[in-house]
Design a protein around this ligand. Structure first.
Ligand SMILES: CC(C)(COP(=O)(O)OP(=O)(O)OC[C@H]1O[C@@H](n2cnc3c(N)ncnc32)[C@H](O)[C@@H]1OP(=O)(O)O)[C@@H](O)C(=O)NCCC(=O)NCCS
Length: 196
């Protein structure tokens, strides 16, 4: 399939039949479904054993539940198929000053350009393969950026696998490349984007 064939013809507009929902407003009955997305994450999950995928999903769900209970800062959005109510996409964000990232080389790299206090780190961006190329990934991404601006952040950090061109097209050309960092056991490129 060519790039053009796989895309929704007007993907800068909301994708028909899809609702972008704040993680905090997702009905509890749908939260467990998020775990399934990681089984289909492609590059993101490639080379991982069933057990590792289960751990990734469980870890992500735990983080999501903590955000929902307000025990952890951060936010996220899911894409829900209005007809089947299935969760078909996810994107999360976490303040760089969250305790998990304290002292990490990534935080230190950001410090060269901006205070880590004003930056959020974007992660767990996944769209189910059956739904890719229709603008859902971009919609989730834009919802995260708008929320970050609304919460007073001025920068976002993108972490992307070096070969992930689809994900890279969501990073503006003027974003600052911070170098390579280990995340989830793999080398990722990090980019710092100003969002004011
Ligand atoms: C990255 C991901 C979330 C994007 O979701 P998506 O719904 O397919 O994204 P969109 O349809 O909104 O397209 C986003 C951009 O990708 C590009 N793109 C879309 N379809 C493409 C295709 N078939 N081939 C290459 N690039 C493509 C487009 O350039 C688009 O940008 P544009 O709107 O400026 O043209 C999805 O591919 C995915 O889940 N990948 C596996 C998990 C992953 O790698 N996550 C990122 C971790 S680094």
């Amino acid at each position: 399939m060519t790039k053009m064939e796989s895309m929704h013809p007007d993907r800068k507009r909301p994708t028909p039949g899809i609702r972008i929902v704040n993680l905090k407003e997702l009905p509890e009955s749908q939260v467990d479904e998020i775990g399934n997305l990681f089984r289909h994450a492609g590059d993101y999950s490639q080379g991982k054993t069933e057990e590792e995928l289960r751990m990734m999903a469980a870890h992500s769900l735990l983080g999501i539940r903590n955000i929902r209970k307000k025990e952890r800062r951060g936010f996220g959005f899911v894409a829900v198929d209005s007809e089947t109510k299935r969760v078909v996409g996810l994107g999360q964000a976490m303040p760089l000053t969250d305790k998990f990232s304290q002292g990490s080389p990534l935080v230190e790299a950001v410090r060269n350009y901006a205070s880590p206090k004003v930056a959020v780190f974007l992660y767990n961006h996944v769209v189910h393969p059956d739904w890719r190329g229709r603008g859902i990934g971009r919609e989730i991404h834009q919802a995260r950026i708008l929320k970050a601006v609304e919460q007073g952040y001025t920068h976002v950090v993108h972490l992307v696998l070096p070969a992930n061109n689809r994900r890279k097209s969501l990073i503006p050309k003027d974003a600052k490349c911070l170098g390579e960092f280990d995340f989830n056991g793999r080398k990722h490129e990090a980019y710092l984007q100003r969002i004011e």
